[in-house]
Design a protein. Structure first.
Length: 676
């Protein structure tokens, strides 16, 4: 038998996984070995008879096995980015085994008693602040996981956790299937009128890849508003695409209701009034009321804003003979208004956004200007798929910081959306530096064509790279407090801040050059984009708030030990939106219950509000960058040291105050979104 490459740390630079050696059959055996090691480590803690100490209790919990986090990081990145049938087939078993281990740990009363004892004594143990914080985090994790419950309740909870994990995996896989199935094949070229050439070519290539001799396959993105809807002149085609998008998914409705019911049962066992209350207990919001307050401050002005936009759009559509505006007309006429009222021409912008240039002369360049970083592509370091590219990242002294992998193109084996993953977590204790990946879903260009990206995709590139910076610039001792391991509802903050560089006057002219002529993007195009920034905020905020309200409503169901799935999930969705004051005939949710991966595939359950929550900090940080004294580089340095570097070792709201000298204020956000 050949050796399993997942069992040892890779000898490649920065412990980059040796993807050429890793095969699907390596994952489960490596996982099993990691689980065995972890169980032994936990067992020793449980059986410990000496007075508990940080070294004998917390350290083994933090680092029970080196194999386990390695195989987990690599596996989940792979299954999300390139989930071949072989991998999807083992995802359920993989997740179940991990959930079982978590159950054993966090429902273990002997270990909890020791953690609790250390928690009581934490200030007098001579520990550094990061270690005190680590104890606090473990104490919180154990108590919120139910370690303090009686034996029968703990057994019930373990079963529930397993059922939830299984249901989440099934939901996530089904959403990807539904997404691929929803793609619309266009056979008559005339129906593509209005669609830019680059888009057309990508659609033709997608059709060939799907085995179609002819035609154009418009593949879908995860969210409701498909990009093609902004361009297509043919109203019937728009309707076809829009309906395919919002009506995708059949089984996932009931799956979502089932997951919400299981979570309501879990919340009841743990003594919370709802799953939402349980979920926010260890986040910066802390109480559901804080999230309710955020909705209260934003819903009504956002709806009023969307109505004003609807009036303007209806006016323009009427000139085209459209008597009754429909949701599939919105994006198309919205773009027309940008062009007409603000002289914005997104299609004219596209030749100036070539992927590689945006990346190296925009995203990386901003990181150089602001944080003093530099980047070197390392084609010798191979990723997990031929489309993946690798760069080495250096700090201002030229010291290596880690690796950045970019996986930008869409493919049928990739989940929809965009995200960042760690392949190797930074930890001073373990002597590791970060290896991070950004995944996007940009349609791959046709053979020999440049990869031109849309305005929104440029924004996503900057956003995801903000997460990457958070992962790369951290200097924590302990992995579970490093990089993006912060409270769930604040993790979007650094990534949102990084979006500010996209249109920054010192950054934009550096990368927005015509891909053929090298000419800079005409100033009037950019000024138009900046002027038009407030246009569409009504629709954008409402579609977001609707998804956030749906996620929230599904998790505000009253906790009950025998909570049953909502009988009619579609009716529940409509009612939840109406009750929140978010029912709108023309603006659909960014994601509907049937494809709300954030909530039901796991990760952002009762947490989709986090984007707006974090944006309060983001908008106020942008205001700080504009107002504070000093050069860009000096302010970047302060943001680096106060926010990015600390990872989860301090609460972010407190770090924000240290940076700006005041608590975060919601006003810059309200102004930005036209809600003031
Ligand atoms: Zn993000």
């Amino acid at each position: 038998m050949t050796t399993n490459p997942l069992l040892q740390a890779s000898t490649l630079p920065y412990q980059l996984p040796d993807f050429q050696q890793i095969q699907a059959q390596h994952y489960l055996p490596a996982l099993d070995q990691g689980l065995t090691e972890a169980r032994q480590a936990y067992q020793q803690v449980a059986l410990l008879t000496d007075e508990p100490s940080f070294q004998t209790v917390i350290l083994p919990l933090e680092r029970p096995s080196d194999i386990l986090p390695r195989v987990t990081n690599i596996f989940f990145n792979q299954v999300w980015s390139d989930g071949t049938p072989e991998l999807l087939a083992i995802e359920g078993e993989f997740t179940e085994k991990l959930t079982q281990l978590e159950n054993e740990l966090y429902l273990n009363p002997e270990i909890f008693a020791k953690v609790e004892k250390l928690y009581q004594q934490r200030q007098s143990l001579g520990l550094i602040p990061e270690e005190i914080r680590l104890i606090e985090k473990y104490q919180q994790r154990f108590s919120l996981a139910g370690a303090g419950l009686n034996q029968q309740q703990r057994a019930q909870l373990a079963d529930l956790n397993l059922a939830i994990a299984q249901a989440q995996t099934a939901y996530g896989q089904q959403v990807t299937q539904d997404l691929n199935r929803a793609a619309v094949l266009i056979e008559d070229e005339e129906e593509l009128a209005g669609l830019p050439d680059s888009y057309r070519e990508a659609a033709a290539a997608a059709a060939r890849e799907a085995g179609q001799q002819q035609g154009w396959l418009l593949t879908f993105e995860l969210f409701t508003q498909q990009t093609a809807l902004s361009y297509l002149e043919n109203r019937e085609v728009r309707q076809r695409i829009y309906q395919a998008s919002v009506e995708r998914g059949e089984e996932t409705w009931a799956m979502a209701a089932q997951i919400a019911a299981l979570r309501a049962q879990k919340a009841a066992l743990l003594g919370f009034e709802s799953f939402a209350a349980l979920a926010v207990a260890d986040r910066t919001a802390q109480q559901p009321a804080a999230v309710e307050e955020l909705f209260a401050q934003t819903v009504a002005p956002a709806m009023a804003n969307a109505d004003r936009e609807a009036d303007r759009i209806a006016q323009l559509a009427a000139a085209d003979g459209i008597e009754k505006l429909e949701p599939w007309d919105w994006a198309y006429y919205s773009e027309k208004i940008k062009a007409k009222d603000y002289a914005v021409d997104l299609e004219a912008l596209e030749p100036y956004f070539e992927l590689n240039r945006v990346l190296e002369d925009g995203v990386f360049y901003a990181a150089q200007k602001v944080y003093g970083l530099s980047f070197k592509e390392r084609p010798d370091l191979v990723g997990y798929h031929p489309q993946v590219r690798t760069w080495e990242v250096f700090d201002q002294e030229g010291q290596g910081l880690g690796l950045f992998l970019g996986d930008f193109f869409t493919r049928p084996t990739k989940r929809g959306g965009a995200w960042m993953n760690n392949l190797v977590d930074q930890s001073l204790l373990e002597g590791t530096q970060a290896v991070v990946v950004n995944n996007l879903n940009i349609p791959a260009p046709a053979q020999g064509k440049p990869a031109l990206v849309t305005f929104d995709e440029v924004k996503t590139l900057f956003h995801e790279f903000g997460h990457a910076l958070h992962g790369l610039l951290t200097t924590s001792v302990y992995r579970s407090l490093s990089g993006t391991n912060v409270e769930r509802d604040i993790v979007e903050y650094p990534s949102q801040v990084n979006e500010m560089w996209m249109l920054h006057p010192e950054i934009l002219p550096h990368y927005a050059l015509h891909h053929q002529t090298g000419q800079p993007v005409p100033q009037q195009l950019i000024e138009a984009v900046l002027r038009a920034d407030q246009w569409g905020q009504g629709q954008g905020t409402v579609e977001y708030l609707r998804a956030a309200a749906l996620d929230w409503a599904w998790h505000c169901l009253p906790a009950s030990l025998d909570a049953q799935p909502v009988a009619d999930p579609r009716a529940f969705e409509k009612q939840a939106l109406s009750q929140r004051g978010l029912w709108h005939e023309l603006v659909e949710s960014r994601y509907r219950t049937s494809y709300l991966n954030h909530s039901f595939a796991g990760g952002y359950e009762a947490g989709y509000y986090s984007y707006l929550w974090a944006e309060v900090f983001d908008a106020d940080t942008v205001a700080w960058y504009e107002q504070a004294e000093g050069s860009l580089r000096e302010k970047g340095e302060a943001f680096h040291r106060q926010i990015l570097e600390i990872g989860g070792t301090k609460p972010i709201p407190q770090a924000f105050e240290a940076l700006t000298g005041r608590p975060a204020d919601i006003r810059p956000l309200l102004e930005r979104r036209g809600l003031a």
